[in-house]
Design a binder for this molecule. Structure first.
Ligand code: UD1
Ligand code: CA
Length: 451
């Protein structure tokens, strides 16, 4: 079996510089979703027929199993498939659409089963409002006779509710034959792929139909409104799968996953969270409202409080992150670490039980266990040209508003007095403070305004 994906349409109604099949659904290009479903079926080859914005599409999908086929002028679906014929040598061909992203592999597997080796199989659905689609015409015995496009249909034919989704499976050699005979004498002056149905019937080839598992699988994207609607369908399904797995979602309609989200038992997710890339939440993890988590792993029993942003990080067990925390790539938090409001941590290791609860920047640092980082503490990791690391030993106490000018080391058990600007290493176990001595002037009086 080989796959042809039609992706040459311009997508004018998207009103976008980005080619239609690169428009994102759940964080991935539309075409990526179609490719993923196609690959589940393990085809011998996948031909993508591209046109508008072709180079950008090719550059985005640099995969060895794809054969790129250019269609310089969009003369119709039949013309599009014909461009791929020289690259097809298998027994049968599955035609998919780059802008129909929710199509599922189980549905396609059933269509392939219905087709067998020599039948022409069409994926069809019955719609209350079939307008715009090609209609499936059947004879008195219910056998498919042909497909008529809406623009070519008579009034009676337009009443038919069974429509062509466009997705089909055909025996490849016969497809070659039929496409050579398809003309463009129709209302749109296009070479219709759908005309092969009449030719198949003429040749005595059986035409069968199959229905998708879910009508939503055949939804196409022609406008931003349709893209937004399909996004919600996708997210509703993802939410449903998580609920079925026992995850608590405060509101399944206010939840977005743009990648893969793996959850342990008794995970709770509040409203308006976004999960991107690969995210793993351990048992009992609670994610507060309005959090964005991208490529993170969070250990069991940890809590991410509202309005936190985590990216490229590993969080241990029983941690508390946020509210309003920002955890950036390369961060590893040990068990029981607390990172509070307006604290930014970047490319740092923070060991078990350490706390930075308010207004701090910890960047390029190795922080030991049970360290207390006071409010307003900043690692000065950048001298304007290079970045340096800060090393902080176990059981260190860093007073508020301290600046650690890297590279610098704070020995185990050291205390840094509030307001210290640390430019040299602080010895272990001692108090280090750099601060002008406090003085009071008993004889001083406030100046008075001159008259
Ligand atoms: C097509 C079907 C119609 C079906 C409908 C489902 C034909 C003649 N008609 O209609 O029966 O109900 O899809 O949505 O097949 N494309 C190319 N090159 C072209 C033309 C199209 O790659 O020259 C691609 C488009 O990018 C799109 C797909 O083929 O992904 C369908 O094209 P579109 O113009 O939307 O087909 P319709 O005329 O709507
Ligand atoms: Ca269409």
């Amino acid at each position: 079996m080989e796959v042809v994906i039609l992706a040459a349409g311009q997508g004018k109604r998207m009103r976008s510089a980005l080619p239609k099949v690169l428009q994102p659904l759940a964080g991935k290009p539309l075409l990526a979703h179609v490719l993923a479903s196609a690959r589940v079926l393990d085809p011998r080859r996948i031909c993508v027929v591209y046109g508008h914005g072709g180079e950008a599409v090719r550059a985005r999908f640099d995969a060895s199993d794809i054969v790129w086929v250019a269609q310089s002028a969009q003369l119709g679906t039949g013309h599009a498939v014909r461009q791929a014929l020289p690259y097809l040598g298998g027994e049968r061909t599955l035609v998919l659409y780059g802008d129909v992203p929710l199509i599922g592999a189980p549905t396609l597997a059933r269509l392939l089963a219905a087709a067998g080796r020599e039948r022409l199989a069409l994926l069809t659905v019955a719609l209350d409002d079939p307008s715009g689609y090609g209609r499936i015409l059947r004879d008195a015995d219910g056998r498919v006779t042909r497909i008529v496009e809406e623009k070519d249909a008579t009034k009676a034919e337009r009443h038919v509710r069974e429509i062509n989704t466009g997705i089909l499976v055909a025996p490849t050699e016969k497809l070659r034959d039929w496409l050579a005979r398809v003309g463009n004498a129709n209302a749109q002056g296009e070479y219709y792929l759908t005309d092969i149905v009449g030719l198949a019937v003429e040749a005595g080839v059986e035409v069968v139909t199959a229905a998708p598992d879910d009508v939503d699988e055949t939804l196409g994207v022609n406008s931003k409104a349709q893209l937004a609607a399909i996004e919600r369908v996708y997210q509703a399904r993802a939410a449903r799968r998580l609920l079925d797995d026992g995850v608590t979602l405060a509101d399944p309609a206010r939840f977005d996953v743009r990648g893969e989200l793996l959850c342990g038992r008794d995970v709770e997710i509040d409203v308006d969270c976004v999960f991107e890339g690969q995210v793993e939440l351990g048992d009992g993890v609670v994610v507060g409202a309005h959090c964005v988590l991208r490529d993170v792993r969070i250990g069991a029993g940890s809590r991410v409080a509202p309005f936190s942003h985590l990216d490229g990080a590993t969080v241990g067990e029983a941690c508390v992150v946020g509210p309003y925390a920002r955890i950036r790539p390369g961060t590893v938090l040990g068990n029981g670490v607390h990172v509070g409001n307006f604290v930014e941590v970047k490319n740092s290791k923070v060991a078990e039980g350490s706390k930075a609860n308010h207004l701090a920047y910890v960047g390029d640092a190795d922080v030991g266990a049970r360290v207390n980082i006071g409010a307003g503490v900043i690692t000065c990791n950048y001298d304007g040209a290079n970045k340096y690391r800060t090393e902080i030993g176990d059981d260190v106490f860093i007073g508020s508003d301290t600046q650690l000018v890297a590279p610098v080391r704070v020995g185990q058990g050291a205390t840094l007095g509030a307001g210290t600007t640390l430019t040299r290493d602080a010895p272990p176990g001692q108090l280090t403070v750099s601060r002008a001595r406090q003085q009071s002037y008993a004889a001083w009086t406030r100046p008075e305004k001159k008259v």
